[in-house]
Design a protein around this ligand. Structure first.
Ligand SMILES: [Fe+2]
Length: 271
């Protein structure tokens, strides 16, 4: 059984600086602690972009210090809050694929896992460049009858909410390339800071809430979206020969636990 953990939207800042009032470094520490405690048997952990909040070198250095604590091999790509050159300067050119972007292809336990860099410098929306789509098509063709999991930062499928203003711009072209392979098990993204699942062009797409603030899915695109402290959420993907499951594992909840039977929440809190 393949097991992959996906963490996204860490939004780290330099020491002593909060992001939207949240200590994102502390939230990452909790995420790595949870990974080590609950999922140390995973084959891979993927950090799916928005690793830092404003592309700062000092924030990438903090990330570097944290991921060495992980008991699971880590791969990364970047999101719209990252700075590609600064990321590569801190983590090394080995993270740059032949496409020139932070893409990666791994074969694990009968699966092919493809990680794609969908960030556009200076733009919150996403895109996959022609050389990336060509590279993706080649890797899908090579995968033959292996099931495939794809992980990228931006959502490609419209979610019918205000986050579609920052959608992957050429998601339809991406889906067309994916359709060349007959066994795409999941396309997993972060970016939108909330959980969704979809079938689009016959392919399963998922977003996770990630490690930063989360939001509710506001169907009215003009409605302001409140930021919520939780959940901080990782995806736990289990892959067998016949099927693939995504669990949404909240390592920071943000909701008070229900009081024990017979007590009110206030009684439980003061007990
Ligand atoms: Fe984000």
């Amino acid at each position: 059984m393949l097991k992959i953990v996906v963490l996204s939207d860490l939004h780290l800042r330099p020491k002593g600086v909060l992001s939207h009032g949240l200590d994102t470094h502390d939230r990452l520490v909790q995420g790595i602690d949870w990974l080590n405690r609950m999922h140390a048997d995973a084959d891979l952990c993927v950090l799916a972009g928005d690793l830092v909040d404003l592309g700062e070198k000092a924030a990438y250095e903090r990330l570097k210090h944290q991921i060495v604590r992980a008991k699971v091999p880590i791969e990364m790509t970047i999101g719209n809050h990252d700075d590609r050159d600064t990321f590569l300067a801190v983590f090394g050119e080995r993270h740059r694929a032949e496409t020139g972007f932070v893409d990666k292809c791994l074969d694990l336990k009968g699966y092919r896992v493809i990680i794609l860099d969908s960030a556009i410098t200076g733009d919150p929306a996403g895109r996959l460049e022609p050389e990336q789509l060509h590279w993706l098509g080649q890797r899908l063709d090579q995968a033959a009858d292996r099931p495939v999991i794809v992980i990228t930062h931006h959502h490609a499928n419209p979610l019918m909410t205000r986050v579609d203003r920052i959608l992957m711009q050429n998601g339809t072209a991406f889906a067309r390339v994916l359709s060349r392979h007959k066994d795409i098990r999941q396309v997993i993204a972060g970016h939108v800071h909330y959980t969704s699942t979809a079938i689009w062009h016959g392919i399963p797409f998922t977003t996770i809430a990630g490690g930063h603030y989360s939001v509710q899915a506001m169907l009215d695109p003009d409605e302001p979206v409140p930021h919520l402290t939780g959940p901080a959420q990782m995806a736990v993907v289990l892959g067998g020969a016949d099927g693939t499951i995504v669990h949404f594992d909240d390592y920071i909840n943000g909701n008070p636990a229900l009081a024990p039977a017979g007590q009110t929440l206030r009684q439980a809190a003061t007990a």
